[in-house]
Each structure stands twice: as C-alpha cells, then as structure tokens.
Ligand binder design. Structure first.
Ligand SMILES: Cc1cc2nc3c(=O)[nH]c(=O)nc-3n(C[C@H](O)[C@H](O)[C@H](O)COP(=O)(O)OP(=O)(O)OC[C@H]3O[C@@H](n4cnc5c(N)ncnc54)[C@H](O)[C@@H]3O)c2cc1C
Length: 391
C-alpha cells in the first residue's frame, strides 16, 4: 500500500488529510505535527491580547482527523527529496510515496538587528501566550515601577496581523486599565510601519475607516518609518526612537525554516511551485500554504499568504495525489478569493467580499461576519464529531 505523508496540522495540512481520507482510496495516510493540537492561527492576536483562551482556538488533532489516519506528534527536521524520507526529531525517518508539505509560517525579521531578541512575534500558540503574559505582566508592574514605558506599547508593522492585534488591544485596554488601576491618559500605543501603506490589501476608503477607528481609541500611526534596530525597550528608526516595554513584532512572515534546511530552491523559505503545486522535478511532492509561492496569473506575483489560500491549495494537492495514485494527470491550481475580513476587536472591522458581486463592509456587521468565518473554518478542517464536542 502506498504511503501519503502530510506535514503540518494547520489549515493546509488538516484540509488535505480530510480530503484524502474522505476519498476512501486504499492508502496509508500519516499526519505529522509538532503539537497534539491544531490552533487557529487567524485568532492568535486574540490570545495575545487576552480576549480568548488557548482552548477557544485549539482542538485535539487525534479527535479531529477521520478514522484510519495515523498521527505522529513530532518535529520535522528536514525532508530528503532524493530518498523520499522525512527526518523527525524523535521518531527517526519516515518514508513516503507522496508528500504534502504544509509546515506553515514563521516570523520574518528582515535581518533587522535586535528584532528577534527584543520583539514579541505572533506565530503560534506559545508566542501568542508569551506576548499576553508580557503585556499583562508589564502593565501590572507599573504600579510598582512607575516607569511610564511599562504603559507604552509599540506594534511593528501595519499589515493585517498588526491591525487585527491593535483592534483587539484597544478593545481590551479599558478592562486592563481598570484591573491594574492604571492611569488611562498615560497609555501610549504606537504603530510603526516602514512603507507608506497601512493594510495594503484593502481599498483606501476602508483603510481610512480602520485608521480613524483605531486613532480614536488612542493608536498613533507612524508610516514611512523604517525600523533600523530594536533594543530592549526601544524601537529605532533613522531619526526617531519609540520607547516601550512591550514591543510586538508583526512585520511579516516567511515560510518554515525546514524548507531552507532541506536544501530547496527557496526565497524566504518559500518555493515557487509548478502549476499543479508540485515541486520541480518531484511530481510526488506538493507544497501547500505559507511555504509555497504560487504566481497569481493576473499579476505574475505570488499570492499573499493566507489561510484561505492554504485551504484552496490543500484541495488541489489532495486531488492531485489521488490523481497520481489513479494514474491520471494532475490538475492546475486555480484560485478565486472570496474576499478578506479584517477584525478590529470583536465588534468592528473592515471587509471586502467578492461573492455575488463585490461588497465593501465596515463596522459591526464585520464582527459578525468574522465569527461566522472562524466557526466555518473549524467545520471545514475537522470531522463533525469535533464540532459537536466543542459546541
Ligand atoms: C494573527 C493572524 C491573523 C490572521 N488572519 C487571517 C485571516 O483572517 N484570513 C486568512 O486567510 N489568513 C489569516 N492569517 C494568515 C494565516 O493564518 C496563515 O496564512 C495560515 O495559517 C497558513 O496556513 P498553513 O496551513 O500554511 O500553515 P499553519 O497554519 O502555519 O500550520 C502549520 C502547522 O505546522 C506545524 N509545524 C510547523 N513547523 C513544524 C515542524 N518543524 N514539525 C512539525 N510540525 C510543524 C505547526 O505547529 C502548525 O500546526 C492570519 C495570521 C495571523 C498570525
């Protein structure tokens, strides 16, 4: 019996497993993930701010995968494409006939000095929890230290993750102020962005609405302000310094380091894949999600990395593994975005929806929409019994 190995139980990996298992083809399906749980990475900012608990955004992989799927909880060290084996931290090597690699993203520092040591990234459950502990510990500490930098927060970057974090933060701040007895007028939240753009994927009118919403709640934006160095408690730009004892580093992502460690032809740990999502010269191997770079035929530039694309790619990769198993030709990946929803806390946001016409939405309706998207995501990734258990 052929072995199909799926790496990563994020959006791409979970979806691929579900698609392959439901096809009921006689194969051995093995899912490898470093944790026994799946986390909804699109909600990490809520754990980082403290509006959600880890259990609200995680589910047990073993309970969620269809019956018959083998689950290995271990860390992938590298992939050996020639011998078709995956090297695992504890379990040794795992051979495959077909591979779907969906190992996801890591924080990108762009080589900026001190960013890794002094910035708090939001890339998984551990980093989100670390950011939350740091934020709350620092705010609480102010009562003793009276150091105003304990009340200052700098968010680095003004892309999707940064803006969602800021929206959640300004929503929670009044309750943190009251819990720790803080002087509200001394809280300072800066957002520092190298480019001239905030939320580059949205139309200007929606961006302006989001910026005004956040500014009214105390966020100060500094665009065209490239960060040159991060020191403990200081974010430095060419001629400016922002002092804060909480520095959130959400400037962008790169793919998993396993890609570079395995010797792929990569850029920022992302590989330009073939039309069917396979790796050049390796028709048995498919890359899905944030480690893949798929050129958008409209622009020629790779699609942005999103959970939505990961799921769509997983559908194609799973279909192509099944096609190869059946001796058929694989199909080309085609993507049509259904839109983008950016939350600003639980009750507001901006969205551009491309379904039954083009829709631009803002305000409280987007809060409702985001909840529907999040609930649906769990449904689409896991088997129904998980949904029933979590309700
Ligand atoms: C705060 C935030 C908000 C976001 N909001 C949205 C949104 O609203 N909509 C949207 O479409 N996208 C959003 N994104 C982007 C989206 O989360 C990612 O594009 C998506 O998670 C990528 O999916 P993936 O399947 O490639 O990998 P991931 O979801 O990153 O999953 C990778 C999996 O592999 C595991 N893994 C990693 N390395 C190893 C290893 N060495 N060994 C074993 N296992 C490993 C991880 O633990 C994880 O389970 C957001 C991201 C963030 C951070």
């Amino acid at each position: 019996m052929k072995t199909v190995v799926i790496l990563g139980a994020g959006y791409g990996g979970m979806r691929a497993v579900k698609r392959l298992a439901h096809a009921k083809t006689a194969v051995r399906l093995v899912l490898v993930n470093q944790n026994p749980y799946h986390y909804e990475s699109t909600q990490l900012h809520q754990v980082a701010v403290g509006t959600k608990e880890p259990e609200d955004i995680t589910f047990d992989i073993r309970k969620a995968v269809p019956k018959g799927v083998e689950v290995i909880i271990d860390r992938v060290i590298s992939v050996d494409q020639d011998s078709k084996t995956v090297n695992l931290s504890r379990s040794g090597s795992l051979g495959y006939d077909y591979l779907i690699n969906a190992l996801g993203f890591e924080s990108e520092t762009f080589g900026i000095k001190g960013a890794e040591e002094n910035g708090l990234p939001l890339v998984d459950l551990d980093t989100a929890l670390a950011a939350r502990r740091h934020l709350e510990g620092t705010l609480e500490g102010y009562r003793q230290t009276k150091d105003e930098n304990d009340l200052h927060i700098v968010v680095c970057g003004a892309g999707f993750t940064s803006i969602e974090y800021l929206g959640e933060l300004v929503h929670r701040m009044p309750s943190l102020v009251s819990r720790y007895g803080l002087p509200a007028d001394k809280i300072k939240i800066d957002c520092v962005e190298a480019s001239g753009k905030i939320l580059p994927m949205f139309s200007q009118d929606l961006v302006q609405w989001a910026v005004t919403y956040l500014e009214k709640r105390g966020v100060v934006f500094h665009v065209s302000t490239p960060i040159t160095e991060v020191r403990p408690g200081i974010v430095m730009s060419n001629d400016q310094e922002f002092t804060a004892n909480t520095i959130i580093w959400t400037t962008g992502v790169r793919g998993s380091h396993v890609i570079a460690d395995s010797g792929y032809n990569e850029k920022r740990n992302r590989v330009i894949v073939q039309k069917d999502l396979s790796v050049e010269g390796h028709p048995e191997e498919f890359l899905v999600g944030d480690i893949s770079a798929v050129p958008d035929p409209q622009t020629g530039r790779p699609y942005p990395t999103t959970g939505q694309i990961s799921v769509a790619e997983a559908d194609t990769a799973a279909a192509n593994v099944l096609a190869r198993l059946a001796g058929k030709e694989p199909r080309a990946f085609a993507f049509k975005s259904v839109g983008t929803v950016c939350s600003l806390g639980p009750h507001a946001g901006v969205a551009e929806i491309d379904k039954l016409g083009k829709w631009k939405l803002k305000g409280s309706i987007v809060g409702v929409l985001k909840k529907i998207v999040n609930d649906r995501s769990v449904f689409e990734l896991s088997d129904l019994r998980t949904m029933l258990e979590s309700n």
